[in-house]
Ligand binder design. Sequence first.
Ligand code: AQP
Length: 334
Amino acid sequence: MARIFSGIQPTGGVHLGNYLGALRYWAEDQRAGESYYCVVDLHALTVPRDPAELRDETRAMATLLLATGLDPEACTLFVQSHVPEHPQLAWLLECTASMGELRRMTQFKDKAVKGGEEAARVGLFTYPTLMAADILLYGTTHVPVGDDQRQHLELTRDVAERFNGRYGDVFVVPEAVIPPAGRGARIMDLQDPTAKMSKSAESDQGMIGLFDEPAVIGRKIRRAVTDADGGAGAVRFDPDAKPGVSNLLQILAGATGREPADVASDYGRYGDLKAAAAEAVTEMLRPIQARYRELRADPATVDKVLRAGAERAQPVAAATLARAKEAVGLLPPR
Ligand code: AQP
């Protein structure tokens, strides 16, 4: 049976890329096996965060995941720091991964460059080993993520194989499940369609937040960068030659459950494509936003789901951690 695991950081800036690349697939596939979804609050500490805000956004993210359709009867939803086995296994994996392979992680390079590598937190550097621990603790076979996580998943596989090679078969080697190109794998920034839509972008004008109002969604999409060639046949899905238009097609297709190339044939002009994309995104988000508002008014229910989730996840994680500790030669407590 498939074991599914994925995680998301608790940040208020959750965006359409997170949704179309990951969250909607979580809700769709939560019954395809034994599934675990995690709000990875420890990962959030890799950059400066206000403590009260982090606490609030952790609960808010769990609330949003329920609003997008995760069903606590069908999956295990929990907060990473509620299961202390995560950072414990991360240490064993830090002692398995090499400096060289962590240094090659492009997310570290991109993020460290912003504040300077000297000032970057050590956790930002070792983050991929904590992510590997998150995944490996659950005997995960499938990890649904966006394309930007491909490299971290490769590292997870490498570390698992190395550990198993050194100490015996402890870990299941997981596979990344990345949406096909054009089906949400990489939603791009509306203002710079060569960069991925990201919550850490300098301006939020290229990013559609899951809580944006219809008027804001309309304005951001209307101002999206397309390209000068607006003549006949200009609306076509061709991410290399037409990144801006292709991104809008991918968004419209994602919001309507169609293929981008197929959607393209319905439109002759950029303006019509933009109006349709804004409308489709607004309609897709409307029920999620409404459900979120309802659940947000009932934090006790969300906390109960998270408590039950951690209670289900922890014994699974503990069993894997115990096997890993024994394999490396740690003396069990008596
Ligand atoms: N632009 C994107 N297109 C498709 N999928 C995306 N994901 C992120 N951006 C896009 C996927 O969303 C899931 C949760 O990501 P995360 O919030 O835990 O961290 P991230 O990958 O670092 O995403 P962000 O929001 O863009 O954050 P920053 O700005 O910090 O890099 C993952 O499955 C991810 O692939």
